[in-house]
Design a binder for this molecule. Structure first.
Ligand code: ZN
Length: 133
């Protein structure tokens, strides 16, 4: 598999609107769009920085994955996403090598990307996303 770059870093926040006061007003990073992914009960804000970007994740439902994450651990770093050439091939390769996956097949992510998560048990405690776009 060919890992090309850090695609984005996902940060769980209680409120995108509140968080943007820090990222935009204090750090001067521009938010280029907000998108809701209903299936994941999440709203995302995209803040490109050079070759990659920050993704702010706000839950739209306390029972969604980000809602549960914040209830358990508070706001903070949620996942790191690496961009790969071919996600399907990458997942097959990892499966063959015995890596534990949360998603065995690619699923749709924000902005038309294909994404899949690797289990933190296999990635030294971080939630790792692979994405292709
Ligand atoms: Zn992500």
């Amino acid at each position: 598999m060919n890992v090309k770059k850090i695609d984005h870093i996902g940060i769980a926040v209680e409120s995108i609107q509140e968080a943007l006061k820090f990222y935009e007003e204090m750090l001067g990073i521009k938010c280029t769009g907000i998108e809701e992914v209903a299936s994941q009960k999440v709203k995302m804000a995209f803040l490109p920085i050079g070759e990659s970007e920050l993704e702010l994740l706000e839950s739209t439902d306390p029972e969604g994955p980000i809602g549960k994450f914040i209830a358990k651990r508070g706001q903070g770093l949620h996942h790191i996403a690496l961009r790969v050439d071919n996600l399907e091939d990458a997942l097959n390769e990892l499966k063959e090598k015995g890596v534990r996956l949360i998603d065995e097949k690619p699923r749709p992510g924000a902005g038309g990307a294909k994404i899949a998560f690797v289990h933190p048990k296999s990635s030294n405690g971080i939630l790792l996303e692979l994405c292709e776009r």
